[in-house]
Every structure is written in C-alpha cells, then in structure tokens.
Design a protein around this ligand. Sequence first.
Ligand code: ACO
Length: 326
Amino acid sequence: MSPALRSVVVGVGAYLPEEVVSNDDLAKVVDTSDAWIFERTGIRQRHRAAPEQATSDLAVAAAHRALATAGRSPADIDLIIVATTTSDLTFPATAAIVQRKLGVGVCPCFDVQAVCSGFVYALSVADGFVARGLARCALVIGAEIMTRLMDWTDRGTCVLFGDGAGAVVLEPQAGAGGPDDRGILGVSLSCDGEKQDLLYVDGGPTTTGTIGHLRMQGREVFRHAVVNISDAVLKAAEAAQIGVQDIDWFIPHQANQRILDGVARRLGLPPEKVICTVSQHANTSAASIPLALAAGVEDGRIRQGDLLMLEAMGGGLTWGAVALRF
Ligand code: ACO
C-alpha cells in the first residue's frame, strides 16, 4: 500500500423536470398498459423535460444543487465533464454550455458519450484528472433528455425512458492507498462494438443528417446486461481490493427492475442494499446513477464512509462499474 491521491465525492445533486408522465398517460399514446409496463420493467412513471428545456438546463440545475451540498461555488470548478447522449447541439460540447450557464471560468470542459454507461465512464475520466492533481474541484454530470430520441409509435421502447440530471463534485484527498480510503477505489470499463445493433439510434450528423430514434432488441440487451454488469462489478471490486459482501450500497443504472434483481441475485447482494429509483424515473441513461445516488444521500441511507458500487450497461454495448468510498 502506498499513499495515493483519491477523488472524493464532496457534493451530490439532482434535478428532475416538473412534468410527470404515468404509464396510464402513455397508454393514451401507444397500445400499452400500466400492468404490462410495471410487470416487465418496474416502471410506474417518468419525468419529461419541457419543450424549451435543453439537456444543459437540466445539467445546470443538478450542478447548482451538487455545488450547494459541497459548499462550493461555480468559481471553484476547474473541470467539467458531462456524460450525455442527448447533447444540446452537435457541438460545442454540452459541458461547454454548462460552463457558460454556470458562470465558471476557463477550464477543461468536454462530454463523454458512452450512453447509459456514460456516468461511470465520466467518473473514471475525472478520476484521471483529480488523482493526478490536474483538477482540484471537478464537476461530473450525467444529464439526458431521452424522450427526444423516442419513436412514439414504438411501444417496445418509448415506455422505458425518461429525462433528468444528476451531478457530483469531486475533489482530491490524500489517502493511504488502501480500500479504507475515501474516494474512487476501483474501476472497470468495457465496450463490445460488435453488439451495436442491439441498441442504437438510427440517425446522426454524418449518416442520415437527422437526430434519429432509439432502436433496441430488448430481449438480447436483457440477456447481456446481467452477465456484463456482474462481470464489471467483480472487476471493479477486485481493483478496489474489496469483496462484493463489503459493499454497503449498490447503485445501478436504472434500466429495468428485473435487470437490477438479476444482478443482485447473481452477485448474492441483499435487495435492501440496492438503491432503486426506476419505478419513479424510468431509464434516464447517463443520468440514472447520479439521480439514484442523490436519492440515497438525500433520504439519509448513504452516509460518509459507506462503500458504494456504481454500475451500468448501455448502447455500444458499453458497460462498467466504479467502486468508491463515499
Ligand atoms: N406494452 C404492451 N405490449 C408490449 C409493449 C408495451 N409497452 N412492448 C412490447 N410489447 C409486446 C410485444 O409487441 C410482444 O408482443 P407479441 O408477442 O404479440 O409480438 C410482447 O409484448 C413481448 O415482447 P418482448 O419484446 O419479447 O417483451 P419482453 O418480455 O422481452 O419485454 C422489455 C420487453 C421490457 C424491453 C425487455 O426485453 C427488457 O427490459 N429488456 C431490457 C432492455 C432495457 O432495459 N434497455 C434499456 C437500455 S440498456 C440498459 O440500460 C441496460
């Protein structure tokens, strides 16, 4: 064990748009029902951004809350990374727009695009800056307006997604280099581009010239999710020198309650250690992990010193996990 600079989460914040769309509301748009959606996914409702809201607006609202809980101001920030699949514009990066709207001074700002795994990818990139002393106060945000990517005639996908944003503030703290340190302790990231056809958007600036719609082979995605996520969790735990039984709180990407249950079963995790928000938020892609983290912190379940495991899988296919002591 040798001393290490650790990236410690010192603030957490979330934002959900005002409009709540229930399963019954969707049953008026496509041939579906609350019973079908809830039984297959655990989803009861999702939030939807107002037409005038862009992803950066959700990100900025979450960032303000994260900064407030950290006792920091925009002037303290020296790195912004936004994980998003639904950027405001093709460029500049949504992170640059967030920087302007927050009034942060000149600093590195960029987006990370790893779809539902975006937040774990972004955390690990930010850790690269913070743990090398290249950033002293980093803002890492997951923000999405997934409802703008939906084909509202496709009942197999449009019922699954929602909008929202979550943010954390990361700062360096000296640690002993072992698993008792606060901060990011272990990471595992993967992608298998051969499986891109299972989950993708059928548009883009250099192909169709359109935004496109989300397409998914749900059953196949489901099949890969439990195996890949479990594998990522074990690898991140190994990197962190912890056992799965040491984890206090498991904070999964919120895609589907059945995936969450399947991973917990496979890893032998008690269900009461899993933070679940999918019933209220649906799948908010890169935003879902920081939204779930914020929910667990706000209601007092997650406390300083707790060992957390964040994990996700998404389009790419990408998947990954981050072990951190809060
Ligand atoms: N309401 C009613 N019926 C529906 C709906 C709906 N919203 N959607 C599909 N159906 C119908 C289908 O048309 C099909 O009817 P048919 O038998 O007459 O053809 C029937 O239900 C079964 O369809 P399947 O797609 O096989 O249903 P399945 O049981 O696999 O459930 C689901 C679909 C919920 C998408 C499931 O496959 C799943 O959860 N997959 C995981 C995908 C996921 O969560 N992706 C998120 C992104 S990836 C990630 O974040 C991990």
